[in-house]
Design a protein around this ligand. Structure first.
Ligand code: ATP
Ligand code: MG
Length: 310
């Protein structure tokens, strides 16, 4: 079983407003509501691929209840820890005329020490039934910056493969516990290494350096260009299929989900890379986030080109 961890889930609301301006009053009939947070996007993709999973993390208030219900309605088993504060809302106002995107991102809940301890207990319990854990996204207030590092250590102690898709200090700390896999995009890798990274050579150099520190697999996703997969044995470049992208938000989450599903289904490593890339592209073909179609993934899979660089 795959376990997804979302410490800071959200309800994502997106409004399409032509000629959006402050101080105006708008009546909206084009509203898209999705439950999100990167780990929840991963959960939705894993579920769309027909794989068994459990989604955990923190949820609070009526926002939390709504998120849980949406996941359960999709047939996703959940074991979130209930917190006292309300889970967050994320609002985006998209103006197609002026091509602007205004976002309002609530900081979200505070997690108490007792709630954190409860989560760790729950996490250890779920690991007993899991092959892979995927922890993704931002972290709420009250949770220490070592959280992903601690979770990686506990997963490894329980023979579960930890995959971390995080950024900044949280990623930096997680690397110290040597996760099985990390998947920064180029911007997140730049932030981690502290310089611009202008070419493939530099990306590979940094990926190899992270592998030397003990990370099993470093995946640097490059949007429409695909991704570079680095292990201690090899460096593989996987090109994304040429598609007409509709919405690439969550494509990284879909890549991670697809790769994990492929591993659980005993694909060899190269084919798991290809499957992950096919899922990233399949997500980009849909309006929603993480609502991929398995048939699309299977069709794209055969088009994914893989080159061994080292
Ligand atoms: N325009 C596109 N065309 C084809 N494939 C794409 C496109 N955009 C993304 N992908 C696929 O999805 C993968 C992940 O995308 P990307 O690098 O944008 O991840 P990300 O920035 O982590 O996204 P997010 O954090 O929103 O999930 C890419 O490696 C690629 O395989
Ligand atoms: Mg990402």
């Amino acid at each position: 079983m795959i376990t997804t961890v979302t410490l800071n889930p959200a309800i994502d609301r997106s409004y399409i407003i032509n000629n959006f301006k402050p101080n105006n009053n708008y009546r909206i009939d084009d509203v898209t509501v999705t439950v999100g947070g990167k780990g929840i996007n991963v959960a939705r993709t894993v579920s769309a691929l027909g794989e068994k999973l459990n989604a955990t993390g923190f949820l609070g208030g009526i926002t939390g209840d709504y998120i849980k219900k949406q996941l359960n309605d999709l047939g996703i088993a959940t074991s979130f820890v209930k917190i006292n504060d309300e889970s967050r809302n994320f609002t985006a106002i998209i103006d197609p005329i002026n091509r602007t995107e205004t976002t309002v991102n609530e900081v979200g809940p505070f997690v108490s020490k007792t709630e954190l301890t409860k989560f760790i207990k729950e996490y250890i319990k779920i690991l007993k039934y899991s092959k892979i854990i995927i922890a993704s996204g931002s972290v709420p207030k009250g949770v220490p910056k070592t959280i992903y590092r601690d979770m990686v250590k506990i997963a490894k102690d329980n023979n579960v493969l930890p995959i971390i898709d995080a950024s900044g200090k949280f990623l930096e700390e997680a690397i110290k516990a040597k996760p099985y896999m990390i998947k920064p995009n180029l911007k997140e890798l730049r932030e981690l290494v502290g310089y611009e990274l202008n070419n493939e050579y530099e990306i590979i150099h940094e990926s190899k350096y992270i592998c030397k520190q003990g990370v099993g697999l470093v995946v640097i996703s490059l949007g429409s260009k695909g991704a570079i997969f680095t292990t201690r044995e090899k460096v593989i470049k996987v090109e994304a299929p040429n598609i007409k992208a509709v919405n690439t938000v969550g494509s990284g989450d879909a890549l991670v989900a697809g790769f994990a599903v492929a591993l659980v289904n005993k694909f060899d490593l190269d084919n798991a890379f290809r499957y992950g890339i096919a899922c990233g592209a399949a997500n980009a073909l849909e309006k929603g986030t993480g609502n991929i179609k398995k048939e699309t993934v299977e069709r794209l899979f055969s088009q994914v080109k893989l080159t061994r660089l080292e």
